[in-house]
Design a protein around this ligand. Structure first.
Ligand code: SF4
Length: 685
């Protein structure tokens, strides 16, 4: 493979196009793809360093059973036999898949089809549960479907951008650069950042609201109250109840609840009401909360009520964390969805049964991430296939996740890395293809489907995840339904299933991509759905067909509460140069230079109060566990709050894993954990 290959960055949900070209040193030079509409050639530091992550050090290259290298046939036969035995004895709900926003859409589709279509249980969930499942609930409750009504180019048309719970400068850098460019060209466009921390994103903010952690919903519920007079009677379902609650949230009450100056809140509300066009960009600070779904609806409510939706430069825009979180949503990678955004409803179940030729379609939702690992711990789930993710680091209360896996009779791990915190518990390891080797599609935050193309040969005996799933499916007796030879066949099948009518519209429709030849698939240019028509006009026609909902939202504070023993609130998040649990970015020396070890940021007043010093070590402890970090004294923190990055795994910092501290408290609607707020105490170490 010698020529330039156009592909897509495997990190965040911005979904930047990249070009890989052979370099003189035998490696690959990675540059931004000037023709990709997500980034127009820009890359952040992580994307630019992709060429340095292509080595085979630490790679899992051969299948293993019980820690011994075996042939693929032996590994697949053994795995299928053990899965079948568990299903026969304990039923389909005794097995589960735990997937990842790193998987390609074709991989995800295959896994979802096997579990929900043929094994017959809903038990496939994904690490995207930790990322944006509250946003999905918000959209579905408001619009009746999981539809993101915004695109990146809306930033170029808007008058006001509100970033809530988003450090886009570090977590979605290229999108932030695009926003910063707009701000430079049109300084009159206002930017509001709502975040307890003063992050790098605040550099372009006209207003930073450093609110009490987790109090965000009040700002939007109070704003809805201001919008009330301009709302026609009965425009939305739930309108009266939503407005009734909003009427209770005066400016003074909101400011008090959020611990902000009334004048600052009023400025924000005035800017929103006066702006012709406004967008609200939100991510983990909203989603990772025990009331995350309600916060999403509080945001959507003000866009619906003000008419700042369904036209250019407007709308509530959930930014996804992972490269293919959106693709996972499309194929039903969440335990409470079926394929192609279908629901566990009789008509959808019947449609899927006809399409897949199966009478075993799951009829009820499966276990969501946190409850899935709890069920493993209780012995109810006896086999789990973990695909491309590291839950022993990334799930809350991770020591219990490790304990659960230690007692699970069958743990299958498909991964590119040989040794991870999770693969220590694997009965079977399947070597997966990495970025640069695999071939398929991903969908970014703005619903844009892009190709990830291979430019490297498969090393050792590594195989595509969809291939492994199909091989297991065939051994379980479903050869015909999984008789794929190429990812294009899977994508075609997925596209052909889309385009059905839901709530008066064809919300997820890529059906005219169903009949591509493999050459057309190989050449597929980035394309956004709905493929025929733009998002705003689709949204408008949809609105004309049925009522949307204003969801009544009563603002509440996080479940994490400080007390005498645990007096500080711990916030967690990404840092600029690392990705997830560092299994890829941790191998690049220059990315390790930015922040070299787990840090804890603390306000100077608290540093003094608790006797910790800048650059000293500190032990951070919660009711669930503890970790050690290096102190950074910084005025970017609010007093009473500390911040620790989420990334460090066992390999890089044995005592530095934040998720040993985070409790597995979840939003009741989305199942998303409250990873943003944990009550902790600190002590010099
Ligand atoms: Fe990759 Fe995201 Fe950086 Fe773009 S912004 S290069 S998708 S990590």
């Amino acid at each position: 493979m010698n020529s330039v290959v156009r592909t897509t960055c495997p990190y965040c949900g911005v979904g930047c196009g990249v070009e890989a070209r052979p370099a003189e040193n035998g490696g690959y030079e990675i540059t931004g793809d000037k023709h990709h509409p997500a980034n127009f050639g820009r890359l952040c530091v992580k994307g630019a360093a992709l060429g340095e992550t292509l080595g085979l050090d630490g790679r899992l290259l051969y299948p293993e059973v019980g820690g011994e290298r075996v042939s693929w046939d032996a590994a697949l036969d053994e795995t299928a036999n053990r899965l079948q035995a568990i299903i026969n004895e304990f039923g389909p709900k005794a097995v589960a898949f735990y997937a990842s926003g790193q998987l390609l859409t074709e991989d995800y589709y295959a896994a979802n089809k096997l579990m929900k279509g043929f094994i017959g249980a809903g038990n496939i969930d994904t690490n995207s549960r930790l990322c944006m499942s509250s946003a999905v609930v918000g959209y579905k409750r408001a619009f009746g479907a999981d539809f993101v009504p915004c695109s990146y180019e809306d930033l170029e048309q808007t008058d006001l951008v509100i970033l809530v719970g988003s450090n886009a400068a570090w977590a979605h850098p290229v999108l932030y650069q695009r926003l910063a460019q707009v701000k430079k060209l049109r300084p009159q466009m206002k930017v509001v950042v709502i975040d307890p921390r003063r992050t790098a994103t605040c550099d372009i903010a006209d207003l930073h609201l450093a609110l009490r952690p987790g109090s965000d919903a009040a700002l939007f519920v109070g704003l809805l109250n201001i919008l009330q007079p301009s709302l026609a009677i009965n425009s939305f379902d739930g309108q009266n109840a939503a407005l009734e609650i909003a009427a209770e949230w005066s400016l003074e009450k909101c400011a008090d609840f959020c611990q902000l100056e009334s004048a600052a809140v009023q400025t924000f509300w005035q800017w929103f009401t006066q702006a012709n066009r406004a967008m609200t960009l939100y991510t983990m600070g909203i989603n990772q909360s025990s009331s995350g779904s309600d916060k999403c609806n509080a945001i959507i409510n003000v866009h619906l009520a003000s008419g700042k939706i369904g036209r250019g430069g407007c709308g509530p825009f959930s930014l996804t964390g992972q490269p293919n979180a959106m693709g996972g949503r499309e194929v039903g990678g969440l335990a409470n969805q079926l394929a192609c955004h279908m629901n566990f409803e009789p008509a959808d179940i019947a449609r899927l049964g006809r399409f897949w030729g199966s009478e075993r379609i799951a009829e009820t939702p499966g276990l969501m991430a946190v409850e899935l690992f709890e069920a493993i711990g209780r012995g109810e789930v006896k086999a789990v296939w973990i695909m491309g993710t590291n839950p022993v680091v990334s799930l809350p209360d991770n020591s219990r996740v490790a304990q659960a896996l230690a007692r699970c009779p069958l743990v299958i791990v498909s991964d590119v890395v040989c040794e991870t915190d999770t693969s220590r518990f694997a009965s079977v390891k399947f070597p997966a293809l990495a970025w640069g080797e695999k071939n398929g599609t991903v969908t970014n935050s703005e619903r844009r489907i892009s190709r990830q193309r291979a430019f490297l040969p498969a090393p050792g005996e590594a195989r595509a995840d969809w291939w492994m799933v199909a091989q297991i499916a065939r051994r379980l007796g479903y050869r015909e339904a999984f008789d794929w030879q190429h990812p294009q066949q899977i994508f075609s099948e997925h596209a052909a299933l889309s385009g059905y009518e839901n709530n008066g519209t064809r919300a997820f429709d890529i059906s005219n991509l169903a009949y591509m030849t493999s050459e057309q698939y190989d050449a597929l240019e980035p394309v956004r759905w709905p493929v025929s028509g733009d998002a705003h006009s689709s949204f408008k026609s949809w609105r004309e067909n049925g009522k949307f909902q204003l969801l009544p939202v009563e603002p509440v504070l996080p479940q994490a509460k400080v007390d005498h023993y645990y007096p500080l609130i711990l916030n967690s998040g990404r840092i600029r140069d690392q990705w997830h649990t560092m299994t890829r970015t941790g191998s690049v020396p220059r990315l390790m230079q930015h922040i070299t070890m787990p840090i804890m940021e603390i306000h100077p007043r608290d540093a003094k109060r608790y006797g910790v010093t800048h650059e000293g070590l500190v032990r951070v402890a919660s009711r669930s566990g503890g970790m050690v970090a290096k102190v950074r004294v910084s005025e970017s923190q609010l007093p009473g709050n500390v911040f620790v990055p989420m990334h460090w795994n066992q390999q890089f910092a044995r005592k530095g894993q934040i998720n040993s501290l985070v409790a597995s408290v979840c939003d009741p609607h989305s199942g998303q954990p409250e990873s943003k707020q944990t009550a902790v105490r600190i002590q010099r170490w």
